[in-house]
Design a binder for this molecule. Structure first.
Ligand code: COA
Length: 245
């Protein structure tokens, strides 16, 4: 079943996962590797997955899913045994992460808590995301379907991403859309997704103008002072502070 080769591979992967935690979690820099292994749910979930995945590859029945189940109840991270995960993945804080059966993750990827790499339907076959090297996926982000996330992309916390993500881009929001590509804001018509028109505020503003017009006409008829028109502010403030980082 498991040969020495498998053991050596899992040990090498564990070493890289521990290094990833030390390098990418500022709070872990002063911690020893054993301390991280004993206390970091994300690292433990990965170790369990590395063993479950090796068992899955060798065709052992029951064990891969049993291990994945144990991983889920002890760490809150659910990784399907068939999911393909590269070297040095770091799952910070662990809890609530779900990685589906046909998901593929490259090297040096970072996931925060609550990330889902999920499917969108009941069809079989490739139905989960492919994430290239050096991608960072913020807490609570949902990446759904067989989409492709290019290398070095950043996905904002709580984004819902259902389309491919270009390499070296920053994607935020629901639906997820690029706000930076290679460090530059996307340009062109319809490219400024971050500052969409606000149709609800526009409709209320139009109604307010009509009410105001009627009040003026009424004031003329009755001879009373017209009421000052009410201010209508956009429901979504433009600009503002970044929400993550
Ligand atoms: C997406 C992210 C990586 C971008 O970081 P960045 O490269 O420094 O980019 P900026 O902060 O300059 O943000 C770029 C734009 O996206 C917006 N933005 C950033 N994160 C966002 C988010 N999660 N949701 C919606 N909009 C977001 C910013 O407001 C900014 O908009 P602007 O162009 O109108 O100014 C970061 O904001 C993020 O969400 N990181 C996840 C961190 C996380 O999950 N931490 C958990 C720790 S427990």
């Amino acid at each position: 079943m498991f040969g020495l080769g498998t053991l050596a591979r899992v040990t090498r992967e564990l070493r890289q996962d521990l290094t990833a935690a030390q390098e990418r979690d500022p709070a872990a820099r002063d911690l020893g590797r054993l301390e991280i292994l004993l206390t970091y749910g994300g690292v433990q979930a990965l170790l369990v997955h590395r063993i479950a995945h090796a068992a899955h590859d060798t065709g052992v029945p029951v064990l891969p899913h049993a291990l994945a189940y144990v991983g889920r109840i002890t760490t809150g991270v659910e990784i399907h045994p068939a999911a393909q995960i590269g070297d040095a993945l770091f799952i910070d804080h662990g809890a609530g992460v779900v990685i589906g059966e046909t998901a593929e993750i490259g090297d040096n990827v970072t996931l925060y808590q609550g990330v889902t790499l999920g499917g969108t339907g009941f069809a079989r076959g490739k139905r989960h995301p492919t994430v290239d090297d050096d991608v960072v996926i913020g807490s609570g982000a949902k990446l759904l379907g067989p989409i492709h996330v290019g290398a070095n992309a950043k996905i904002g916390a709580n984004s819902v991403v259902i389309h491919d993500v270009p390499p070296k881009s920053t994607v935020v929001g629901n639906p997820g859309h690029p706000v930076r590509i290679e460090g530059v804001r996307p340009v062109g018509p319809d490219a400024d997704w971050a500052h969409l028109p606000d149709p609800v505020a526009d409709a209320i503003r139009a109604l307010s103008a009509r009410v105001s017009e009627l009040e003026h006409q009424l004031a003329e008829v009755t001879g009373k002072e017209p009421v000052k028109p009410a201010e209508v502010r956009p429901l979504r403030p433009r600009g503002g502070d970044p929400t993550g980082g």
